[in-house]
Design a protein around this ligand. Structure first.
Ligand code: ATP
Length: 217
C-alpha cells in the first residue's frame, strides 16, 4: 500500500524548517509522496490576512521543484473559503482510498489541537505525524485517553516507521527527527523591517521570488 502524507499550514512563506521536516519524513516513514497543503483564508476573517494563495502556492512550488517526492496540493486553495481540517480529511480519505494517509503537524499545532473543530475526530480519522519544534513543548496531557492510546512515540526509538508496520487503527506518531528553530512570523517581521539577514532560513529561490514580487514589505 502506498503511503501519502499531507502537511497543512499557511506557508506564508514556506521556510527551511518546513522543507527540512518534509525531507526528513519521506525516508523516515517511507512515504511515496508528501503534499504541502496550503490553507485558504477567507479575506473577511478577523485575524491577519495572509499573502495571496497564488504567491504562497508559487513559493511552495519553487521550494519543492527539485524534490521528486514533495508536491503541492491546491485542494484547500481551490475551495476559495476557509476549510476545517475535519472536512479536508474526509475528502483526502476518498481521494486516497487505496493509500495509507498521514497528516503532518508541528508541535505548536499539536499543543493547540483542542481549538480545532471536531479535534478528537480529526486525530482519530487518519494517521498523524507530530514533529517536534524548538521552543514548543510536546506532551499529551491535553488529549483524551482514547487519543493517547493511539500515540506511538518515536523520539526514543530511531524516528523510523518500518514499511511493514501495520495496525488496524490510525496512529499518532511523534518524532523529533528535525529541530530547526525557524518561524514564518519572525521571517515576515524581519522582511517588513527591511532587516532581513536570515538567508539560510528561506530557500534561496524563494527568497528571490519574495524580493521580485516585493512581498512582506
Ligand atoms: P508562524 O511562525 O506564523 O506560526 P509557521 O512557521 O508555524 O508560522 P505555518 O505555515 O503556520 O508556519 O506552519 C505549518 C505547519 O508547519 C504547522 O503544523 C507548524 O507547526 C509546522 N512548522 C512550522 N515551522 C516548523 C518548524 N520550524 N519545525 C517543525 N514544524 C514546523
Amino acid at each position: 500500500m502506498k503511503r501519502v502524507a499531507y502537511f497543512g499550514g499557511t506557508f506564508d512563506p514556506v521556510h527551511c524548517g518546513h522543507i527540512a521536516v518534509a525531507k526528513a519524513l519521506v525516508p523516515a516513514f517511507e512515504l511515496d509522496r508528501l503534499y504541502f497543503l496550503p490553507a485558504f483564508h477567507a479575506p473577511h476573517k478577523p485575524d491577519r490576512r495572509p499573502t495571496s494563495g497564488y504567491h504562497r502556492y508559487a513559493m511552495l512550488s519553487i521550494a519543492t521543484a527539485n524534490e521528486p517526492m514533495l508536491m503541492v496540493s491546491t485542494l484547500e486553495l481551490d475551495k476559495r473559503e476557509r476549510r476545517y481540517t475535519i472536512d479536508t480529511l474526509a475528502e483526502l480519505k476518498a481521494l486516497h482510498a487505496d493509500s495509507e494517509l498521514f497528516f503532518v503537524m508541528g508541535a505548536d499545532s499539536w499543543m493547540d489541537i483542542r481549538t480545532w473543530k471536531d479535534w478528537e475526530s480529526v486525530l482519530l480519522a487518519v494517521n498523524h505525524i507530530v514533529v517536534s519544534r524548538p521552543g514548543f513543548e510536546l506532551s499529551s496531557d491535553h488529549v483524551t485517553p482514547k487519543v493517547q492510546s493511539r500515540i506511538v512515540d518515536f523520539r526514543t526509538s530511531g524516528n523510523r516507521l518500518p514499511a511493514d508496520f501495520a495496525t488496524d487503527e490510525p496512529q499518532i506518531f511523534i518524532t523529533d527527527a528535525v529541530n530547526q528553530d525557524i518561524s514564518a512570523t519572525e521571517l515576515r517581521e524581519d522582511l517588513s523591517d527591511g532587516e532581513f539577514d536570515r538567508q539560510d532560513e528561506i530557500p534561496a529561490e524563494v527568497a528571490k521570488y519574495i524580493e521580485k514580487y516585493e512581498l512582506y514589505r
